[in-house]
Every structure is written in structure tokens, then in C-alpha cells.
Ligand binder design. Structure first.
Ligand SMILES: C[S@@+](CC[C@H](N)C(=O)[O-])C[C@H]1O[C@@H](n2cnc3c(N)ncnc32)[C@H](O)[C@@H]1O
Length: 210
């Protein structure tokens, strides 16, 4: 999207929460690959999705600095909780400090570890799952979470267009291959309804029918 149009979208979206604005700024100052953070427009969209679903339980794979976790937590039912898993333990204190500043820390359980090991140990059913970890592992995350999603529940997967590289079937890039494999697997799932939105890097919304 061209910059002017992007600016127009920003100008016609509710201004960013000051805590998220600061989180985003500090993420860019202090961490490598800061573009992994969700950011204002998609963050607001995630917040709206969560507010519409009013989930009791949310699972997030890939916390990074906590931007999307804060957005999603805002839509939780009173007493609801969000579990977020992050493999990189160096990010924990940063994201936790922003969960506190955003006033959502009591709703969020941070787990440090590999989601592939952690998910099988979670004994909970989810209304909403946000897949945003390693692109090479998307299919494995899906296989691990699908039986933990309530009937009628939702799954979101980020970066499913992967900068447009999903069109390159000949690619040798393992992350692109991971995303392509995931998209091809999902479209064959009979128990899902699916829509891909071209928001940011492509956001897939899935609904588990029964
Ligand atoms: C795209 S970032 C997440 C961005 C975050 N959801 C947001 O929107 O602000 C992906 C994160 O997933 C983490 N990650 C990668 N593989 C993982 C795994 N197997 N288990 C848990 N976290 C993982 C990475 O360390 C990275 O912080």
C-alpha cells in the first residue's frame, strides 16, 4: 500500500493508546526485528475482534514485546485469561512491564518456552487462538491447538501472505515454505470456515464449525 493511503488509514482510525505507542517506540529502539510487533492498525483490529468474541480464554503463540497480547486481552470477558507463549526469555520482563502499564497483567499468563512443548501441557479450551510464532512451525502449532479450540471458536494466523512470497511455489526459503504449507493445509480443513484479509502482512481468520 502506498504511504499516503497508509497515512490516511492511520488518520481515520482511533488514535493509538499511549501505552502501546510507547511499547512500539521502545520495541524499535531496543530490539532486533521490531517490525514483528503488530502495530496500531492491526492491533486495533485484533482488539475489535476480541471485543466482538468476548473470549473467556485466549491462547497466543509468540508474545514478542507484548503488543498483540495487550490488544487481545482488552476484549476478554471479566475473569477471562490470555495465555501467551514466548521462546525468548530475554523479552519477558519488557513485555510484563507493559502488561502492567496497560493494566492487563492480572489477565495474562506469560509462559516462557517452546510452544511445541508447552501447548500439549495446557489443559484448557480456547475461544480464540492467535498463531504468530515461527512461520516454519505454523502447521505444527495448528495440529496442537485445533482440539483445544471450542466448537464455534476462532483461530487467527498472522503473516499468511509473507510479503507476497506465498506466490513463489519454487522458493527454497524455509519460512515461505512453512507459510505456503500452512495455507494449503488449512484450506483443506472441512471443519473450518476461512477468510484471509490483506491487513498488514495477511491475517487469516478461521472459525471452527463444530
Ligand atoms: C512475529 S513475533 C510475535 C509478535 C507479537 N505477537 C506481536 O504482534 O507483537 C514472533 C515471536 O514468536 C517467538 N517464537 C518463535 N518460535 C516460537 C516457539 N516455538 N514457541 C514460542 N515462541 C516462539 C519469537 O521469539 C518471536 O518473539
Amino acid at each position: 500500500m502506498n504511504r499516503k493511503l497508509e497515512q490516511y488509514l492511520q488518520d481515520h482510525t482511533t488514535p493509538e493508546d499511549p501505552v502501546l505507542e510507547e511499547l512500539f517506540r521502545q520495541t524499535h529502539i531496543r530490539f532486533v526485528n521490531p517490525n514483528m510487533a503488530t502495530g496500531h492498525l492491526q492491533g486495533k483490529f485484533l482488539e475489535f475482534i476480541s471485543l466482538m468474541i468476548k473470549p473467556e480464554n485466549i491462547l497466543e503463540i509468540g508474545t514478542f514485546t507484548g503488543y498483540s497480547a495487550i490488544c487481545l486481552a482488552k476484549g476478554l470477558k471479566p475473569g477471562g485469561k490470555l495465555i501467551t507463549i514466548e521462546i525468548n526469555d530475554e523479552l519477558n520482563s519488557f513485555s510484563h512491564s507493559y502488561f502492567c502499564r496497560a493494566g492487563v497483567e492480572s489477565m495474562i499468563t506469560q509462559i516462557t518456552g517452546n510452544a511445541l512443548d508447552v501447548i500439549p501441557q495446557i489443559d484448557l479450551m480456547f475461544d480464540l487462538v492467535f498463531i504468530d510464532g515461527d512461520k516454519r512451525e505454523y502447521t505444527e502449532y495448528f495440529r496442537l491447538i485445533i482440539d483445544k479450540v471450542k466448537p464455534g471458536g476462532f483461530i487467527l494466523a498472522d503473516n499468511v501472505l509473507w510479503g507476497g512470497k506465498v506466490l513463489d511455489n519454487e522458493t527454497s526459503d524455509t519460512q515461505t515454505k512453512g507459510v505456503i504449507e500452512f495455507n494449503e493445509m488449512i484450506i483443506k480443513e472441512r471443519n473450518l470456515e476461512i477468510v484471509i484479509l490483506s491487513v498488514r502482512d495477511g491475517l487469516m481468520l478461521m472459525r471452527k464449525k463444530v
